[in-house]
Write a protein that binds this ligand. Structure first.
Ligand SMILES: C[S@@+](CC[C@H](N)C(=O)[O-])C[C@H]1O[C@@H](n2cnc3c(N)ncnc32)[C@H](O)[C@@H]1O
Length: 248
């Protein structure tokens, strides 16, 4: 199976950082990014297609009848659409949330016909989570203020039903500096192999400074444990990207 081409919508090429910029501004999920986001994420996150496929499998295993599913930081809604496909026979609702108006506008236009997904433009820190069987935080927690991350994970834990699951995927920082440098080097090699130039890689890195703030593996695990999760598994790693399955 080609895990990188699961969504059939047309994909515009990411050229956001292709030209030399006089000033590199802080990264935003604005309209320019939303227009090319599918291409950007699949060429920037190693294994993104597999992660999407895995989300469908989690939905099959964890989604409960008459429960809610939350896709927090849904971007263009591909995770929600994958879950919707896997849960079509169940009586459940998917709430897909993103605080970027450009992303939610495109979700509503692109997935208009997809059953049982509600698209909401809101800060994930302000929404209520209840009767949840599955919550997805796919590459979103890293954009939340580090001091507020524990509150969000705690709220998700309280809103999950017993047996429900949180899927948390993040770019991580490795605690040993040399290990970290090695993974960063490999991630850069991945991006170059996907056609990004040195200029694009370096300008995007500058734009993401202080916007995407990575935690280490141990910080993620401690936070999940402190929230109360009884089972925590690392189900995916590719270079400096980890995905955790935490079950209540
Ligand atoms: C890397 S993207 C997530 C990718 C997406 N989950 C997927 O798998 O395709 C991060 C998303 O989180 C959103 N985001 C960041 N902070 C947010 C917040 N506080 N509330 C809601 N959405 C947020 C951004 O607008 C962006 O669309």
């Amino acid at each position: 199976m080609d895990f990188n081409n699961q969504m059939t919508d047309p994909v515009d090429k990411d050229q956001v950082f292709a030209k030399q910029l006089s000033e590199v501004k802080a990264f935003e999920f604005n309209e320019g990014v939303a227009n090319v986001f599918r291409d950007m994420i699949s060429r920037s996150v190693p294994g993104y297609g597999l992660l999407l496929h895995m989300t469908g499998l989690y939905a099959r295993v964890f989604v409960q009848q008459r429960s809610n599913i939350y896709d927090l930081g849904c971007s263009l809604g591909d995770v929600s659409r994958m879950i919707a496909e896997q849960t079509s026979a169940l009586d459940c609702s998917i709430l897909a949330v993103d605080n970027s108006p450009a992303m939610i506008k495109k979700c509503k236009a692109q997935h208009a016909g997809t059953r049982h997904i509600q698209w909401l433009c809101a800060d994930v820190q302000n929404i209520e989570i209840q009767n949840a069987s599955l919550v997805i935080l796919n590459l979103t927690l890293q954009f939340i203020d580090p001091d507020k991350r524990a509150d969000l994970i705690g709220k998700i834990f309280r809103g999950l039903n017993p047996g429900g699951a949180l899927i948390l995927t993040e770019k991580v920082v490795l605690e040993d500096q040399l290990d970290n440098q090695r993974m960063v080097q490999l991630h850069q090699a991945f991006k170059k192999s996907q056609g990004y130039s040195d200029l694009e890689i370096s300008q995007k890195r500058t734009a993401l400074e202080n916007v995407l703030v990575c935690d280490s593996d141990s910080v993620h695990r401690q936070r999940l444990e402190q929230a109360g999760f009884s089972e925590i598994y690392q189900c995916f790693q590719c270079f400096n990207f980890n995905s955790y399955l935490a079950i209540k």
